[in-house]
Design a binder for this molecule. Sequence first.
Ligand SMILES: *Cc1c(COP(=O)(O)O)cnc(C)c1O
Length: 341
Amino acid sequence: MERKNIDWSNLGFGYVKTDLRYVANYKDGQWDDGVLTDNNMIEMSECACVLQYAQTCFEGLKAYTTEDGRIVCFRPDLNAARMADSCRRMKMPVFPEERFIEAVRKVVKANAEWVPPYGSGASLYIRPYMFGIDSIIGVKPANEYQFRIFVTPVGPYFKGGVKPLTLRISDYDRAAPRGTGNIKAGLNYAMSLYAIVDAHEQGYDENVYLDSGSRTYIEETGGANIIFITKDGKLVTPKSNTILPSITRRSLLHVAAEYLGLEVEERPVELAEISEFAECGLCGTAAVISPVGKIVDHGTEICFPSGMTDMGPVTKRLYDTLRDIQMGKITSPEGWILEIM
Ligand SMILES: *Cc1c(COP(=O)(O)O)cnc(C)c1O
């Protein structure tokens, strides 16, 4: 197999049209067989439910090349299960989980030339999504849906080295109690756009959202879960039913407990206690962990002792261990790595 001629290590995070994408349609109560197509455009009614009422959800995962040259994905079964949860909450038909994994396999295989080589730091980002496509004007779920998966190569997250982030406590809310914060719905992102643009204009990398019920507890940022390390080396992560269940965070908890022998605590975390922590990081598929150096709460700076130049030592061990598992350098827990070819 000949790889595409791309400067992999200088790729950014943007859409690049690759060769083939997967499309399946739901109509009259059932999914069709699904096809791979070279057409990256979608034609739909001006009144499509997704355009009027945002009935859509998505997933994000990566394929990459291991040290021994295999192309693999990390825990796609959890993406399939999470998308099924998102669909149920959005009154969309579930795309069967086994078919989701099969479709991921097909698209990655069909675009194998776009999978970056081992060592480049780049990967192939996989974006499954679904939306209501038929015309809906009275408020109700669509009758017809499209499930698609496209892939696009993305560059290394820490291009030019690790740089700890500066976050701010947001005055806006991300998720309502009993709302949709725990599913991967496009609507959660639509309402975060104002806050993220404002954060960037004010010189911050991201917003930390508090629980919108009491505005006392830390939830997560716009697109990543948060972990903290205590001064005695314990991993603490917020527990709340309005946080999106990050697969990276769940994997890191397992790595912390089972590979590094750390104590792990999943519990409500108060804004008032975060100045006690030694390290902080954001976790998600994009970066695995990005270290946080500082959180600013309305002019009060909370600076983590790990500083503004490096990952904290425990964060680094977590990061390295999970990366080594993903890259096949150390034995992974059963079923974490799906070999595609
Ligand atoms: C996707 C997402 C994450 C990260 O989840 P991973 O499965 O680890 O990629 C975290 N928070 C939000 C709001 C997300 O949408």
